[in-house]
Ligand binder design. Structure first.
Ligand code: 5AD
Ligand code: FES
Length: 353
């Protein structure tokens, strides 16, 4: 029964919510093995065995939001806040470029210092210096006008996880925010022309299989170009400090199901996966992921960009990570690809630089 449902999902990219729930409720090791092999096969139809690299730059950890799960939340007074200067970011880019990276992901909290003028200046300078590199921005919710300006300044992609598509769970974790505005942002970004990344956490306190089906349904409808999926990891200086649950297996199941429902998406093997399990990123790749994002930030920045604790690679230089990841990927029979790694549709149409 369950294998037939997986076969149907493989063929049609869709199932009724009740059947998706049935799969989640009845998953076991054997079935997961089958599911992940199907997801791997589906990924190969679009991206072969290529694993694309992104250079991550965490350029500010100031944040005006107060998400209950996140160590960067504004109520956390224990962390040291920092904001990189343009020159520091350019140094990270330079180093990344020399190592072969052709995508830079500029990620930060919702830092009001970065108004449109300042952010635009940063973006234009980076794009000027590295014209053939894909620039991804991930700085939270902004107005449509702001997204448009940044796009016109040269940003190619935008990451904004929806975090959870369950309205009640969303409202309980995000005081002063709304799922509606989150979705508005994602639709605006898509309409403007960005390659858009959504995504969610697995194992949030109170999250049910029904909630996870809502995530799959939302993604199926939005069809983002990129989808970040990772386990929730409690941070001791947040209201969710005492929540525990090892959800690596459920995260892997969600990666595979997402691969089958949005087959051409770029799916990262997230750092959170690698943090909960030594081989978490390898397992994510085998379950259908095809992106790894080594961190180009300087060590002190990485230490203070503490979304959750015990993050891997915080004390490692990116040169080391680059080699380590290459070896890990080869070991499981996949290949590192250092090109821009645009989404399948953008590759086909050879769209804009
Ligand atoms: N554990 C795992 N992931 C987290 N994120 C934020 N806090 C945590 C946590 N405690 C994720 C969110 C955010 C991304 C940058 O990191 O999904 O969008
Ligand atoms: Fe701002 Fe998490 S609290 S991104």
């Amino acid at each position: 029964m369950i294998k037939e449902l997986i076969d149907t999902l493989f063929e049609f990219q869709n199932l009724p919510d009740g059947d998706l729930l049935y799969i989640l409720d009845n998953m076991d090791a054997n079935t997961f093995d089958y599911l992940s092999r199907k997801a791997d096969e589906k990924r190969r139809q679009f991206y072969d065995n290529q694993i694309y690299m992104r250079g991550l730059i965490e350029f500010t950890n100031f944040c005006q939001q107060d998400c209950a799960y996140c160590g960067l939340r504004k109520s956390n007074t224990k962390i040291t806040r920092y904001r990189m200067k343009l020159e520091q970011i350019l140094d990270c880019c330079e180093k990344g470029y020399d190592l072969g990276f052709r995508t830079f992901v500029l990620q930060g909290g919702e830092d009001p210092w970065f108004n449109d003028d300042r952010l635009e200046e940063y973006v234009r300078t980076i794009k000027n210096k590295f014209p053939e590199v894909a620039l991804t921005l991930s700085v939270g919710e902004r107005s449509r006008e702001s997204y448009k300006r940044l796009y016109d300044a040269g940003v190619n992609r935008y990451l904004l996880r929806h975090e959870t598509a369950s309205p009640s769970l969303y409202e309980s974790l995000h005081v002063g925010m709304s799922l509606e505005n989150r979705k508005r942002c994602l639709h605006d970004l898509k309409e403007i022309g960005y390659q858009v990344g959504a995504g969610f956490m697995v194992g949030l306190p109170g999250q049910t299989h029904e909630d996870l089906v809502m995530d799959l349904r939302f993604l199926y409808e939005l069809k983002p170009h990129m989808i970040g999926i990772g386990p929730f990891i409690p941070h001791s200086d947040t209201p969710l400090a005492n929540a525990t649950k090892n959800t690596i297996d459920l995260s892997l199941t969600m990666i595979s199901l997402t691969r089958l429902m949005v087959p051409d998406a770029l799916l990262p093997a997230t750092t959170a996966m690698g943090t909960l399990d030594r081989y978490g990123r390898e397992r994510a790749i085998k379950a259908g992921a095809n992106i790894v994002m080594p961190n180009l930030s300087p060590i002190d920045a990485k230490q203070n960009y503490e979304i959750y604790q015990n993050k891997i690679c915080v004390n490692d230089d990116v040169t080391h990570c680059r080699g380590c990841i290459e070896m890990r990927i080869k070991n499981i029979g996949y290949e590192v690809n250092m090109s821009r790694g645009d989404h399948y549709e953008f590759n086909k149409s050879n769209q804009q630089y």
